[in-house]
Ligand binder design. Structure first.
Ligand code: NI
Length: 140
């Protein structure tokens, strides 16, 4: 690890300290490392769509919206090669929360996520991409 010195606006530092407190980070350095790592990961995956990745797709949907549950399930089946596992939580009488773990090329994972997130009745859609450091079958 290396030690660097950076110059930062007071306002921005205040926000970083606030995030640090809220999330319970032990230090500013740890907070900044995580924030920078997130940003760098986003940049990397943005430029290299061919990269293999794992990803989590999170969204909330109204199960009563006409046909939506069926359409979402159909979408998942059409991309069964990307889908590793899906967690379903009944939040209340109307809403369901789903977290899907995906695996595949970043480009395909993004396209699948878009096809889910853009459906009417789907809210809080978010895709978190984790680039694979090893080939998919290099596990062991
Ligand atoms: Ni449900």
């Amino acid at each position: 690890m290396q030690r660097i010195t950076i110059t930062i606006d007071d306002d921005l530092l205040e926000l970083i300290d606030k995030i640090s407190d809220q999330r319970g980070y032990a230090s500013r350095s740890e907070t900044l490392r995580d924030l920078v790592r997130d940003a760098v990961t986003r940049e990397q995956t943005a430029v290299n769509d061919a990269t293999e990745c794992y990803a989590t797709l999170t969204y909330v949907y109204e199960h009563e919206t006409r046909d939506l549950s069926r359409r979402l399930t159909t979408t998942q089946h059409h991309h069964h090669d990307l889908s590793v596992s899906t967690l379903h939580v009944h939040i209340d009488g109307h809403d369901c929360l789903e977290v899907s773990v995906l695996k595949g090329a970043v480009e395909e994972v993004k396209s699948f996520a878009d096809s889910v997130i853009t459906q009417r009745g789907v809210r809080f859609g978010n895709l978190h991409i984790i680039p694979s450091e090893h080939a998919p079958d290099d596990h062991g």
